[in-house]
Design a protein around this ligand. Structure first.
Ligand code: ADP
Ligand code: MG
Length: 609
C-alpha cells in the first residue's frame, strides 16, 4: 500500500499555528506591541481601524531590522531572541518563539517598513497570506512600522467568529493596557478610527496607572514594595473602599509580563480577607520579579500562563507582602514581625517541607479602638518607616518555617482586652432587631449595632476550639443514619479529619466507596442537609490548607463555624438577648469574626445631630 503521511506545506503549517497565536485582532495587537517593546522602542503608537478588522498598525522607534532580517522575521521559528534551548531559561524579552509574525503574515496583508539607525535606507516588505509580494529599499524613519490589514481574509471561519466591534476593541484596549501598564518608561498612544483614545507619557508606575484609569485612582491605591534576593514585589494595591463586586482592575506581572495565575491571585485576595466585605475584590497592580530560571513562560503560545518552579514559596511571599503593605497603611491591626528564623531564599528547597511566610498580629492592637471607627485610622500615615524604605529584614522576621500562617488574632495576645469586654456585660433592658440580623442594644451608654450572624460565628468558633481542646460536644446518635457520598479527594480529607469532627459532635463512619454514615450529630442541633454541609465544610477546609491559612484545629473550627453561623434560633426575648450578649462578650475576641470581619459597631448618636 502507498505511504499516506505527508509533510504539510509551510503556508498551511503557518495558518495552523496562527490559529493558536492569533485568535482575534487583540492577539495580533499583543504580539506587535511586545515586539516593539523588545526592540527598545521609547515611543510606541498603535493605530486601529474597525476594531482591528481592517487595520492594526504598530509604529515604534526601536532598533529596526536589516534588509535580510526584514524578510527573515516572517519565517516560522525565526527569532533574534534565543539561540539555544538553554536560553529558554533566561528569557528577558517578551517574544522568543519566533512564530508571531509568521502566523500573522499567514492570515493577513502585511506591510513592514523598518530601518536601523546605522543604515542609510530602510526596507519595505509586502506579504499576503504568507507570500512575499515585494521587498525593496525605501525611505522611512528609524524603527519599525508594521501594518496588518484585512486580518483573517483567508480564514472566513475565524472572521465570522469575531464578536461586535465593541467587544473586539475592548479586547484590544485590554491588551494595550497590559503592555502599557508595566512599561511606564515608554510613551504609548492608541488611535481608534482616527480618534486619539490613549496618550500615555513616559513616567512612573503610578503615573501610568492614573494615565490609563483616571486621576481618581490617585486616592484609591497605596504602594507595596518588598524585596529579597529571591523575589521583588512592587506596585500598588487598592484601598478597601475601592474594592469592587466584579471586574476590579487586577493586574499582575511577572518579570514584566502580564500573567494570569489563580493561585497567586488567591494569595492577594486572602491577604485582604480581614479588610474587605464579602464578595468584593481588591484592585491591584503588581509587578513581581523573579530569577527567570525559576519561571517557565513557555507553557502556552500566548504566554499568559506561566509555571513557577515553586509557586508555594511565591504564594507565601506574596501573601505576606500584601498583608504587610495593608498593615503599614493601618488598614488592619499593625503587624508584628518577630524574628524567628533566617530564611535563605537562594536555597529554596526543591523537595521536602516548604517554608511559608507567617504573619502574626501585633499584641498592641486594640480591636475596640480601631473597630469603633475603622475609617479614621485609615488615613494615618504609616508608623513603620518601612514603606518608603523597605526593610526586608523586619519583613522576614514574620516568616516562620511552619505550615501555619494567617493573621488570626492569637488568644493570649488579646487577653488584655477581656476587661473592656467584661465591662460591657451589664444586662440590657431593651433591644431592637432589624432585618432579622442586626441587634441594637445600649451597652455602657453607647448604642451598639451587632451583626447577629457574625457574632454567632465568633461564639461557635470559640466553642469549637474549646471542644477540640478538651470539652468535646455530646453526640446525639441517630436511629436512621444519613449517608453522605463523596468523591476521592473529599473522601480522603473527611477520613483524615473525622476524629476531630467527632469532638465537635459529628460521628461519621466511612462505609467504603466514598460512602459515609452520619451516625450522630451535635445534641443541640437539628440535623440539616448533611451532604451539602459536609461538602462545603471540606471545600473550605481544603482551601485554607492550600492557602496555609490556619493550623489544623483553627482551620476546622473556622470552617465549621462559617458553615454554621446562620444556623441559629432567632432572638425572641430579653432573656435570650442577654444570654447571647453574655456569650459574645465572654469570647476572647468578640469584636471580629474568626476571619476578621467586624461583629459590631458603636453608633455615636449625638454626633449624628
Ligand atoms: P519573537 O518575538 O518570538 O522573536 P516574532 O515573530 O514576533 O518572534 O518576531 C521575529 C523577529 O523579528 C524578532 O525576534 C525580532 O528580531 C524581529 N522583530 C519583530 N518585530 C520587530 C520590531 N518591531 N523591531 C525590530 N525587530 C523586530
Ligand atoms: Mg514577538
Amino acid at each position: 500500500m502507498e505511504d499516506i503521511i505527508r509533510l504539510l506545506p509551510e503556508a498551511v503549517a503557518n495558518q495552523i499555528a496562527a490559529g493558536e497565536v492569533v485568535q482575534r485582532p487583540a492577539s495580533a495587537v499583543k504580539e506587535l506591541l511586545e515586539n516593539a517593546v523588545d526592540a527598545g522602542g521609547k515611543n510606541i503608537q498603535l493605530v486601529v481601524k474597525d476594531a482591528g478588522r481592517t487595520l492594526i498598525q504598530v509604529i515604534d522607534d526601536g532598533k529596526g531590522m536589516s534588509f535580510n532580517d526584514a524578510r527573515l522575521c516572517f519565517e516560522r521559528h525565526a527569532t533574534s531572541k534565543i539561540r539555544s534551548a538553554e536560553d529558554l531559561f533566561s528569557i528577558h524579552t517578551k517574544g522568543f518563539r519566533g512564530e508571531a509574525l509568521a502566523s500573522i503574515a499567514a492570515i493577513a496583508h502585511v506591510e513592514l517598513k523598518t530601518k536601523r539607525a546605522e543604515d542609510e535606507t530602510g526596507t519595505v516588505v509586502l506579504i499576503e497570506g504568507g507570500e512575499v509580494k515585494e521587498q525593496s529599499p525605501t525611505t522611512t524613519a528609524n524603527g519599525t512600522s508594521i501594518s496588518v490589514c484585512n486580518l483573517f481574509f483567508n480564514v472566513p471561519a475565524r472572521r465570522n467568529f469575531l464578536k461586535s466591534d465593541n467587544t473586539e476593541f475592548g479586547c484590544i484596549e485590554e491588551e494595550f493596557i497590559r503592555v502599557a501598564l508595566i512599561h511606564p518608561d515608554i510613551a504609548f498612544t492608541l488611535y481608534h478610527n482616527g480618534k486619539l483614545t490613549y496618550q500615555l507619557k513616559e513616567g512612573n508606575f503610578k503615573q501610568r496607572i492614573i494615565g490609563i484609569f483616571g486621576s481618581h485612582f490617585n486616592d484609591r491605591i497605596f504602594p507595596i514594595e518588598q524585596e529579597t534576593n529571591y523575589i521583588k514585589i512592587t506596585g500598588f494595591l487598592g484601598k478597601p473602599e475601592s474594592a469592587k463586586k466584579k471586574r476590579a482592575e487586577q493586574y499582575m506581572f511577572i518579570n514584566h509580563r502580564f500573567i494570569k495565575n489563580s493561585s497567586l491571585h488567591f494569595a492577594i485576595e486572602s491577604a485582604y480577607e480581614q479588610v474587605l466585605p464579602d464578595g468584593t475584590h481588591p484592585l491591584y497592580f503588581l509587578s513581581i520579579e523573579l530569577d527567570p530560571a525559576t519561571v517557565d513562560v513557555n507553557v502556552s503560545p500566548t504566554k499568559v500562563d506561566i509555571k513557577l518552579q515553586d509557586d508555594r514559596v511565591v504564594y507565601g511571599f506574596l501573601f505576606a507582602a500584601v498583608k504587610k503593605a495593608i498593615g503599614e497603611f493601618s488598614l488592619i491591626p499593625q503587624l508584628d514581625f518577630d524574628y524567628d528564623t533566617d530564611l535563605d531564599l537562594n536555597n529554596v528547597p526543591q523537595n521536602g517541607p516548604i517554608r511559608v511566610p507567617q504573619v502574626s498580629l501585633s499584641p498592641g492592637y486594640n480591636p475596640f479602638n480601631s473597630f469603633s471607627n475603622p475609617r479614621s485610622t485609615y488615613q494615618q500615615p504609616s508608623h513603620h518607616s518601612t514603606s518608603a524604605n523597605p526593610d526586608w529584614d523586619s519583613f522576614l522576621k514574620g516568616i516562620k518555617e511552619t505550615e501555619v500562617t494567617v493573621a488570626q488574632p492569637e488568644e493570649q495576645k488579646v487577653m488584655q482586652f477581656e476587661d473592656s469586654a467584661q465591662d460591657m456585660l451589664a444586662e440590657v433592658t431593651s433591644y431592637i432587631v432589624v432585618q432579622k440580623r442586626y441587634l441594637f442594644v445600649s451597652l455602657q451608654d453607647k448604642m451598639h449595632v451587632i451583626d447577629i450572624v457574625r457574632a454567632n460565628e465568633r461564639i461557635i468558633y470559640e466553642n469549637y476550639l474549646q471542644a477540640l481542646k478538651d470539652q468535646p460536644v455530646t453526640v446525639q446518635q441517630s436511629l436512621f443514619p444519613e449517608t453522605v457520598v463523596l468523591s476521592g479527594a473529599r473522601a480522603e480529607l473527611l477520613t483524615e479529619i473525622r476524629g476531630d469532627l467527632l469532638k465537635l459532635g459529628y460521628d461519621i463512619e466511612p462505609m467504603g466507596g466514598g460512602n459515609f454514615a452520619v451516625n450522630g450529630t451535635p445534641h443541640d442541633e437539628e440535623a440539616g442537609d448533611m451532604q451539602t454541609m459536609v461538602e462545603n465544610l471540606l471545600d473550605e477546609y481544603q482551601s485554607h490548607l492550600i492557602s496555609h491559612r490556619a493550623e489544623r484545629d483553627k482551620n476546622l473550627a473556622l470552617s465549621l463555624a462559617h458553615q454554621k453561623k446562620a444556623v441559629m434560633k432567632p432572638l425572641s426575648n430579653l432573656q435570650e438577648v442577654n444570654h447571647f450578649l453574655q456569650q459574645l462578650f465572654a469570647c476572647l475576641l468578640p469584636s471580629i469574626t474568626p476571619s476578621g470581619k467586624k461583629v459590631f459597631e458603636v453608633v455615636d448618636v449625638e454626633k449624628m445631630f
